[in-house]
Design a protein around this ligand. Sequence first.
Ligand code: SF4
Ligand code: SF4
Length: 201
Amino acid sequence: MSENGDRNVPGKGLLDGLAVTLKTLTRRSGTQQYPDVQPDLPPRSRGVIALSEENCTVCMLCARECPDWCIYIDSHKEEVVVPGAARARQRNVLDRFDIDFSLCMYCGICIEVCPFDALHWTPEFEYAETDVLSLLHDKTRLGEWMRTVPPPPAHDVLGEPSKEEATAARKAAGPGAATAAKTARPATVRPPRAETTEDGK
Ligand code: SF4
Ligand code: SF4
């Protein structure tokens, strides 16, 4: 029978509906009892963005790459006198760093492009507001989220040592050990080999 013919059978729709009801009746409910029960979110959930102000060099990459144009940055230049240098140096000082979470689409591009690890995801998500203007978080508020950023994953013990570790190892070993220290890896405990018989089994 064709699909249209099926629809014309009296009571067919009701029976189909009851079949779906019976099928879902035995399944476990997926209802989350939030806010009485906090959801068990993965630690790397995209809740809110945190700013580590001391890492920000005001390079503007995040603001330029943000597809929603919802990052607002202002800064000024300051002279820094370096003892022994011929001229004073200049550095950028951050005056304003705001993210408008009423526009943000949580794509994470700003975090990906930041070359100085100044932006981080945190799983905190309870910052709903009754006034949409309050979703503009300034640098103080973005900085406060830093305490909720999960710690980075542990280093891979079999991975290459970082540049800093290699340099420290080279200095500790003294002159002559530079080449060896460059290729040094952290000590690892390897599992004992399985004993083999003469025929290799
Ligand atoms: S997550 Fe995406 S939309 Fe939100 S501020 Fe960053 S770049 Fe812009
Ligand atoms: S990309 Fe990073 S360092 Fe550059 S302005 Fe944005 S937060 Fe600051």
